[in-house]
Design a protein around this ligand. Structure first.
Ligand code: PLP
Length: 409
């Protein structure tokens, strides 16, 4: 059993009061998770004791920095059960990882008239790169439709896949609806049509077991800052055969084998994709974040999140005029809601005055908002440091919003 009160103590930022003097209740973990003390300490320690550039120095510090950086690659390999550590590329986040696959891999395979499939609930980061690529190559972007409850309609996918389909990219857990998509089933269908699949694990990597070999995805992407690690570092996993085939997208130091004025040959994977000085301190922090997750255990995390999801759903639905968007049977602890009587931005602003951080807007999923015909939702997203009491405070504060706009309880 997870002990959220104990866990909350690991996160120094959550110990400070909100400027209103009320306790700070952070319900915006889908945007970014907070960082435990050991991640902060590890990064601090790296700069204090080990800072140097990687892969270059023969000196002591250079070796320590290289060890820090490369041992994180090995850590990520086991975190997602990749076959070998060279299948792990460091990027600055999910967005950069998707762009790298779009321009380094998919672009080479795309002819005019070809198709790329995404889903109706993609984050803009896993939509716009594919849309831009399709425009550039006169290809078509096709979209797996969504049902009212926020599940994908996979009955359509079989007909959508055809010899012109060159890539499928799909989100594991929707950041605006919380839907957990059956990615293994999607991958199986795509592979039956010889279509490689990229999985956006930005919202799942922290809490759900990711086994890329079992999932059989061709690419998987996530960001350090959503797994209790630092901003500015992210991961691209790719099957070795695809990474070998893929072209580098950025050029410069660290990624070469030899250079003359006439010709350049590139380093092997993964270095081929990591031009320039990488985020070494970020890698140190990411390794600490993964250790932190492993110490707590994903099974307990999931159990806690499911408890919070169920409790929060009940509490919020008891409020008159509140609607939840995204009611898939398999859902993570992300609740998008709207009040009949208040705009989502007003709701979030009033909640902030009660010390509660929720997000309001389209959550970088404008097509999802269009699907429901709404401009925005307020989104409460929970993590391991949240408690049922946080949800009681949230429900009371939403009732207060009702008081302000409607005048009666
Ligand atoms: N995909 C999903 C599902 C997300 O939730 C996010 C961030 O909110 C992203 C992609 C983009 O991640 P980043 O901004 O870290 O690149």
């Amino acid at each position: 059993m997870l002990a959220p009160y104990q866990i909350k103590k690991d996160f120094p930022i959550l110990q400070q009061p909100h400027p209103s003097g009320k306790p700070l209740i952070y319900l915006d973990s889908a945007a970014t998770t907070q960082k435990p003390q050991e991640v902060i300490d590890t990064m601090h320690h790296y700069y204090e004791k080990s800072n140097a550039n990687v892969h270059r120095g023969i000196h002591h510090l250079g070796n320590r920095a290289t060890l820090t950086y490369e041992s994180t690659r090995a850590k990520v390999q086991t975190f997602i059960n990749a076959h070998v550590s060279r299948d792990i590329i460091f990027t600055k986040g999910t967005t950069e990882s998707v762009n790298l696959v779009a321009y380094g891999f998919a672009a080479k395979r795309l002819q005019p008239g070809d198709e790329i499939i995404i889903s109706a609930m993609e984050h803009h980061s896993n939509l716009i790169p594919w849309q831009m690529l399709c425009k550039r190559h006169q290809a078509h972007l096709r979209v797996i439709p969504m049902q009212e409850d926020g599940q994908l309609d996979l009955s359509q996918l079989k007909q959508m896949l055809n010899p012109k389909t060159k890539m499928l990219a799909v989100v594991h857990i929707s950041n605006s609806l919380g839907t957990i998509n059956p990615v293994e089933e999607i991958i199986e269908m795509a592979h039956a049509a010889d279509v490689p699949v990229l999985v956006d694990a930005a919202q799942s990597a922290a809490y759900y077991d990711i086994d890329v070999q079992q999932m059989d995805c061709d690419f998987l992407v996530f960001s350090g800052h959503k797994v209790f690690g630092p901003t500015g570092i992210g991961v691209l996993y790719g099957k070795e055969k695809w990474l070998e085939e893929m072209d580098p997208w950025q050029f410069g130091g660290e990624m070469i084998r030899s250079v003359t004025f006439e010709e350049t040959t590139f380093a092997e994977i993964p270095q081929k994709f990591e031009a320039g000085t990488p985020n070494i301190a970020g890698a140190a922090g990411l390794a600490a974040a993964i250790r932190y997750i492993e110490n707590i255990g994903k099974a307990d995390m999931q159990q806690h999140l499911q408890d919070l999801l169920q409790y929060a759903t009940e509490q919020l639905l008891s409020i008159n005029g509140l609607h939840i968007y995204g009611n898939a049977p398999k859902k993570s602890a992300i609740i998008s809601f709207m009040l009949d009587f208040a705009h989502a931005h007003d709701t979030a602003t009033i909640l902030d005055s009660s010390g509660i951080a929720v997000r309001a807007g389209h959550h970088c999923t404008q097509p999802v908002m269009d699907f429901y015909g709404i401009p925005a939702t307020a989104r409460a997203s929970f993590s391991i440091y949240n408690t049922r009491e946080d949800i009681d405070v949230l429900a009371e504060a939403v009732e207060n919003v009702r008081m302000i706009f409607v005048g009666t309880l």
